[in-house]
Design a binder for this molecule. Structure first.
Ligand code: WQD
Length: 327
């Protein structure tokens, strides 16, 4: 298939491009390089510079004729979405509507959308399945849920089939070492641990040690980005061949605590990784993890790299040879 990967120069996008190319698809990346990087462009993929906020840009891209798109272009900082919601409205929501309208106008019938576990909000039970109530705690999570609702209507009215992939905590790097772009000013746990291990940050702050969990720190479901990438390929093949849309959770089904992650990182890197306990971060749930039974059943997705050791070692392989990115 001819696939347009919107946001394909980003961290997850570059891994998705690699997986699509390996499966024999023809890939073009569309990216405004606001957080994505040219260095992340995977060899063999075409490139269109453009912005989803500009209908002419995205219409021009779809006019070249694509069978499908993968849409990963979004702002994703939960905290920022609560102080600057307008940015998230325009980029995430209006940008996606521009994509859907361009797909309608140009006859593109398949979209794989990077949704998020942030659509669920505080867990009412774990492991979380797709039927778990959706009450996002942040404006970011709201934008992802709202987009899922638009996707349903464009399916009903325009016959555009979608796969909404609700990622849990994406982490790790291409185990074969072909993708090495670092995020500037990362906000997530594993890259922060790596920056401390590399000596670019003084210490890790652990948010809360009084949660009702086995060691008092929060439990999350970390899923390897190369496993996520494969899920995009399988989801695309599913929706396009069956003409049936799909909403699935993508997690490793294993809860890992912050302390467990830090201790494993100390062993693997051989670095001290200074850490201090600080207060809870507002909005953090004590334990969040998925059941991915539906993804297993529908798209035969079985994560291969989402164990803690591979998550950390594949990430450290990149960080230990890298220079701190300019912020
Ligand atoms: C993981 C754990 C922190 C940093 C976020 C979004 C979610 C999704 C994935 C996009 C938590 C703890 C972290 C630090 C810490 N994004 N932590 N010190 O919050 O689970 O999920 O990313 O869709 O929507 O909310 O991920 O990596 O920020 O935190 O102790 O410096 O690490 O409290 O328990 P989170 P995270």
């Amino acid at each position: 298939m001819k696939v347009l990967v919107i946001g394909g120069a980003g961290y997850i996008g570059s891994h998705v491009v690699k997986a699509l190319l390996s499966a024999g698809h023809a890939v073009t990346v569309f990216d405004n390089l606001s957080s994505g990087q040219l260095g992340n462009l995977f060899p063999g993929a075409g490139f269109i510079a453009g912005d989803i906020r500009h209908p002419d840009d995205i219409n021009g891209a779809f006019a070249k004729g694509f069978d499908a798109c993968v849409h990963l272009a979004a702002f994703k900082a939960v905290g920022e979405s609560m102080s600057e919601p307008e940015k998230y409205s325009v980029n995430n929501i209006t940008g996606t509507l521009n994509i859907l309208n361009a797909m309608s106008a140009n006859g593109c019938k398949n979209i794989v959308f990077s949704s998020s576990a942030a659509t669920f909000g505080q867990p009412e039970y774990v492991p979380m399945d797709e039927k778990h109530p959706t009450n996002p705690e942040s404006y970011y999570g709201f934008t992802k849920l709202e987009i899922e609702r638009f996707l349903k209507w464009y399916d009903v009215i325009r016959g555009i089939k979608f796969a909404a992939l609700r990622y849990f905590n994406a982490a790790g790097y291409d185990p074969s070492g072909e993708i090495t772009g670092l995020e500037r000013n990362p906000q997530n746990l594993l890259p922060i641990i790596m920056e401390v291990a590399a000596g670019w940050r003084k210490e890790l702050q652990i948010f809360g040690q009084d949660y009702d969990t086995r060691d008092g720190t929060c439990i999350r479901d970390y899923v390897h980005v190369s496993d996520l990438a494969v899920a995009h390929v399988k989801a695309l093949e599913y929706i396009s061949s069956r003409k049936e849309s799909l909403t699935v959770n993508l997690g490793s089904e294993t809860g890992v605590s912050v302390t467990e992650m830090v201790e494993a990182a100390r062993k693997i890197t051989g670095k001290e990784i200074p850490a201090k306990y600080v207060g809870r971060r507002p909005g953090d749930a004590s334990a969040l993890y998925a059941t991915s039974a539906l993804a297993k059943e529908k798209i035969e997705w079985n994560p291969r790299y989402s164990d803690v050791d591979t998550l950390i070692s594949s990430t450290w392989a990149v960080y230990k040879n890298a220079k701190a990115p300019k912020v």
